[in-house]
Design a protein around this ligand. Structure first.
Ligand code: OAD
Length: 256
């Protein structure tokens, strides 16, 4: 067990808010639509079965948009932290864009998949993807046509790497949540797992998230300003000690 005044294991969770200042829309805007679509029309396996052309068109447009945006100051600050932090660090992003890796983050995990990948349902392999996918996409690995889908975790599907995430949360000394509304589980429950296992918890968000009361500290403002100030080695080391220094196997967050 490490001393909480001596932070070693850091887990960072990011959501759509971290990419907002790069020009990518967040999910839960005032009209409840995502880029003009209801989530259930484009982000579920049922939607893909019902209207694959619509779902492909939606993700093809999102993939094309990646080429028009750049990492912002928050992505860059997190990449600097990755380069400089000698302890354990895991950056878990719910985002399917590639802005964290383009900024230089390497200890990174995309729990909701990646726009820049396809998943061939014929050979069950993931493959890098640029440009449009569309209904007739051909898998470069097995040659099958029409069985490649966006490698995105849709509602009702299991997020990626949950075992690794769970272990990192249990061992975290500091958990930081950036730019996420706390509306979607299991990510919304990470703060409770980390806190139960003794981590200090900090959120940086434009508005208090739905789980704001679970954080030891909330910093309210744009990620592009808050993250560069708050993610240096020295400011993380100055974080306040946690209130409940328990370790070991706590309850898993519910996945509803
Ligand atoms: P949301 O759109 O639900 O929340 C974005 C959060 O970012 C909100 O709380 C905003 O207040 C905040 N925000 C906006 N601009 C910001 C800025 N410049 N700086 C800091 N914060 C800002 O997006 P997520 O929480 O990421 O899942 O959504 C979680 C999941 O729901 C997504 O990964 C996606 C979606 O359905 C899947 O696709 C499976």
């Amino acid at each position: 067990m490490s001393n909480r005044n001596n932070i070693n294991n850091v887990v960072v969770l990011t959501g759509a808010g971290v990419s907002a200042e790069s020009g990518l829309a967040t999910f839960r805007g005032p009209d409840g639509l995502w880029e003009g679509h209801r989530v259930e029309d484009v982000c579920t396996p049922a939607a893909f079965r019902r209207d694959a052309a619509l779902v492909h068109a939606f993700y093809d447009a999102r993939r094309a948009k990646l080429g028009t945006v750049e990492p912002n100051a928050a992505h860059e600050a997190l990449a600097r932290l990755d380069a400089e932090w000698r302890g354990e660090l895991l950056l878990i992003t719910q985002n399917v864009d590639d802005l964290h890796e383009r900024a230089g983050s390497t200890r990174l995990l995309h729990m909701h998949g990646e726009l820049a990948k396809g998943w061939c349902l014929a050979c069950d392999e993931r493959l890098g993807w640029t440009g449009d996918m569309g209904e007739g996409a051909i898998c470069s690995l097995c040659g099958t046509s029409g069985r490649v889908r966006p490698d995105i975790v849709w509602f009702g599907e299991m997020p990626y790497d949950m075992d690794r995430i769970d272990e990192a949360l249990r061992n975290a000394d500091l958990f930081v949540s950036i730019g996420t509304s706390g509306a979607v589980y299991p990510a919304a429950g990470f703060v409770q797992t980390a806190r139960y296992c003794g981590a200090q918890t900090l959120e940086m968000n434009l508005d208090p998230s739905l789980g704001s009361s679970f954080f030891d500290e909330s910093r309210i403002g744009p990620a592009g300003k808050l993250v560069p100030n708050g993610s240096t080695r020295s400011s993380l080391s100055r974080s306040t000690p946690a209130r409940c220094p328990h370790r070991g196997r706590g309850p898993r967050p519910s996945a509803d």
